[in-house]
Design a protein around this ligand. Structure first.
Ligand SMILES: Nc1nc2c(c(=O)[nH]1)N[C@H]1C(S)=C(S)[C@@H](COP(=O)(O)OP(=O)(O)OC[C@H]3O[C@@H](n4cnc5c(=O)[nH]c(N)nc54)[C@H](O)[C@@H]3O)O[C@H]1N2
Ligand SMILES: Nc1nc2c(c(=O)[nH]1)N[C@H]1C(S)=C(S)[C@@H](COP(=O)(O)OP(=O)(O)OC[C@H]3O[C@@H](n4cnc5c(=O)[nH]c(N)nc54)[C@H](O)[C@@H]3O)O[C@H]1N2
Ligand code: SF4
Ligand SMILES: [Mo]
Length: 670
């Protein structure tokens, strides 16, 4: 049996795959402890799809023509160097992938920086970058603080804007076992989710009113003197500002804004405080707002007030993609070097440079993934090299993204499939799938895990690390002589002092390994003075407001058997069978007003465009509609960005109209 890391979500399950039959079973060890969700069980199916790209392809007017690897690498590197010579290195941008290994992400950011640009980013930008910014400011590190297993020992779990029952199904086991031991579970969402089946408190709020609810909970805790005075005095700064700022956020005021009864807000706040220890877990319901950074600051304040950190609690920004944590840690972000070290840190930057055989590296922040499209329109970016990312579907307001992709002088897409994005590419490079290569991944709890190769790469495809090694060499960059994955693993181990004592052999043998360590901030925070910052935040309204013409607040959500842009799950026959038709969720009263019944076909329109879908009437806040994002939702979403560069995927002003006839999406979607 081979041990392989699940190619889907950031929970990071280990799969045991039989190389002969390709049957998948759950690994008994951590983190999944003998469990898998359907995506993990059927993970091999997309890799076996007949749609896999088998040879490098080059666009010849309208047609894609197979070429050799030699031709592809030679032509691509030649064009990149030409563009660099003419416009400078910052006219080129690289998009890394949260689906590829640490080694592969490490190589891509190495290529970008040695090429001369920090234009390197990944889908963390669309996801938890607001959490990274908020956490860095308050506690000094940008990641989840504790391992999953700690959840079972805490007295309370607050789950905010996060629906793990569908998005990280296996973690529900940990939540259930905490509940068995008596933990109180509070869930805050804009609709009734499956996760709420495990909740003691189910708070259905209006989208974008999270700060008001968090501040009202803080208000209650301060008023009732339930905060941890010793912890606040010895380990934090900013308490008096928080006390002042939250005075006006009374539970009564919060009831008016959020819709949650004041008495329940008070009761939940008290229960959370009196639990003695607690975790806060959050997801896209908080980060994908223009107030994303502030939303996260508000809930971090809540945890810090109670001293819920270290052995007493944890902050759990639950990471989305199977290697989004690894991609970020390896430096595939435009504002950070590996280890989230800022570009301005001269000592570290020079250390990386010397490891790579050069004197220094570019210091100016690169463009965020979400800033690229305007930059292409302006003519600042001429070439884009995309590995395992599908922005033509995953970016907000994608019509403008597709227009930008068309304008590029050079677009290279390295993927398993001819994705919607690859349809605009000049060159398409066939990557090998997860089970056809080896390497390391990092899950949401920062656990480093090795994934073994199950079988040989399909046809003429190559593992991403091999492709990137060829590209690095062809660009004339130093240090691209790798002949095995381990050589790259060894190299990144050298960058992190915490790994100096550890060996790649241990990692391959499955020894427990966390970067930087298992539990953070137990005694001291990673800030310059060792103290955490409590930062007061005020309510920030969404970018668009609803009005008479667009009376609904549109949010976008995930379904259990669908994954992101669908490139993988829609090519898995077992998962497509499991999935019913995707539907838009609307409130009973709103449906009545619009004379809409269950299963009716509707048109959902925003200032960007329209899509069609059938209706499901259910429990969602009044005036709110929730659309699964996997299909064409981003044709109509709002691309306003927050401070961390994440779009407001979770709020657009919309209108709905019943249709008499027509076809819903997905209409032959891929
Ligand atoms: N099955 C499946 N699993 C996945 C993925 C997938 O596509 N499919 N994708 C992976 C990725 S990349 C990620 S990032 C994670 C994301 O995992 P989650 O964060 O759980 O995903 P979402 O469904 O986008 O959003 C979470 C919840 O936020 C709620 N919400 C919307 N607006 C608001 C608001 O204003 N306030 C509050 N409090 N809640 C709000 C939604 O109703 C939804 O239930 O999932 C990962 N796992
Ligand atoms: N409206 C709305 N939009 C959203 C969101 C939302 O909640 N609402 N969520 C956002 C979030 S959190 C995220 S993370 C993004 C996700 O957006 P994307 O990352 O663009 O979506 P994926 O479908 O995960 O794309 C992964 C790609 O990697 C390819 N791939 C898989 N394995 C490999 C491999 O080994 N090598 C290579 N080279 N390629 C591989 C797949 O074929 C696929 O094309 O979407 C964002 N967009
Ligand atoms: S919970 Fe996530 S990692 Fe585990 S099997 Fe499901 S998709 Fe894979
Ligand atoms: Mo994500």
């Amino acid at each position: 049996m081979k041990t392989v890391i699940c190619p889907y979500c950031g929970f990071g399950c280990k799969l045991l795959v039989d190389p002969q039959t390709l049957i998948v079973k759950p690994h008994k060890g951590k983190p999944n402890r003998g469990k898998l969700c359907p995506k993990g069980l059927y993970a091999i199916e997309f890799a076996l799809s007949k749609d896999r790209i088998k040879k490098p392809l080059k666009r010849d007017k309208k047609f894609l023509r197979p070429i050799t690897w030699g031709e592809a690498i030679e032509e691509i590197s030649h064009r990149l160097l030409e563009i660099k010579e003419f416009y400078g290195p910052d006219a080129v941008a690289f998009i890394a992938s949260s689906k590829i290994t640490n080694e592969e992400n490490y190589l891509l950011q190495k290529i970008a920086r040695l090429f001369g640009t920090n234009n390197i980013d990944n889908c963390a930008r669309l996801c938890h970058e607001a959490s990274v910014h908020a956490l860095k400011t308050t506690v000094g590190t940008g990641t989840q603080t504790n391992p999953y297993e700690d959840l079972e020992n805490f007295g309370a779990i607050l789950i905010w804007g996060y629906n793990p029952a569908e998005t990280h199904p296996v973690i529900i086991r940990y939540i259930k076992s905490a509940k068995k031991k008596g933990a109180k579970v509070i869930v805050v969402d804009v609709r009734e989710t499956i996760t709420m089946n495990f909740a003691d408190y189910k708070f259905i709020i209006k989208p974008g009113t999270d700060i008001v609810l968090a501040n009202a909970m803080i208000h209650t805790i301060i008023k009732e003197e339930l905060y941890n005075d010793d912890f606040i005095k010895s380990r934090t700064t900013g308490f008096s500002e928080i006390r002042m700022a939250t005075m006006k956020y009374t539970p009564q005021y919060a009831e008016k804004v959020t819709g949650v009864p004041a008495s329940l807000i008070q009761k939940a706040a008290k229960d959370f405080a009196l639990a003695g220890s607690g975790a806060i877990m959050w997801g896209m319901g908080l980060t994908q707002h223009v107030s994303g950074v502030e939303n996260v600051l508000a809930i971090i304040d809540l945890a810090l007030l109670l001293g819920y950190i270290g052995n007493k609690g944890g902050l759990y920004p639950m990471r989305g993609q199977n290697n989004v944590q690894g991609a970020a840690y390896m430096g595939a972000l435009s504002e950070f070097l590996p280890g989230y070290i800022p570009l301005e840190n001269e000592k570290f930057r020079k250390r990386v440079a010397s490891l790579w055989g050069v004197e220094d590296l570019p210091t100016e922040r690169g463009l965020y993934l979400t800033e690229l499209w305007d930059a292409i329109e302006r003519g600042d970016i001429k070439a884009l090299y995309i590995v395992g990312e599908n922005p033509a579907v995953s970016e907000a307001n994608f019509t403008r993204v597709r227009k930008a992709l068309r304008k590029l002088d050079l677009l290279v897409v390295q993927d398993l499939f001819i994705t919607r994005t690859a349809k605009y590419a000049h060159y398409i490079l066939p990557a090998s799938a997860f089970c056809e290569k080896e390497g390391s991944y990092m899950n949401s709890e920062r656990r480093l895990q090795w994934s073994e190769k199950v079988y040989e790469p399909l046809a003429d495809s190559k593992p991403d690390w091999e492709i990137l090694t060829l590209v690095g060499k062809a660009l004339g960059l130093p240090g691209f002589e790798y002949s095995s994955v381990e050589e790259i693993t060894e190299e990144y181990f050298h960058l992190f002092p915490e790994l100096e004592e550890k060996s790649v052999k241990d990692l391959k043998e499955g020894k427990e390994m966390f970067l930087p360590k298992k539990r953070l901030h137990t005694w001291e925070f990673a800030t310059p003075d060792g103290k955490a910052r409590l930062i007061a935040v005020e309510q920030i309204p969404p970018w668009e407001s609803t009005n008479e013409e667009y009376p609904f607040a549109l949010t976008t959500v995930r379904l259990i058997s669908h994954y992101n842009t669908g490139e993988m799950t829609l090519r898995s026959p077992s998962l497509t069978k499991l999935m019913g038709e995707p539907k838009i969720l609307i409130n009973v009263e709103d449906a009545k007003d619009l004379h809409i019944e269950d299963n009716d076909l509707v048109e959902i329109e925003t200032r960007r465009g329209k899509i069609r879908m059938r209706v499901k009437i259910g429990k969602v806040a009044r005036g709110v509609v929730a659309v699964p994002f996997h299909f064409k939702a981003n044709k109509i979403t709002n691309n306003a960005l927050n401070k961390a560069g994440t779009p407001e995927f979770k709020f657009s002003a919309a209108k709905i109209r019943k249709l008499k006839s027509g076809k819903p999406i997905p209409d032959n979607y891929l």
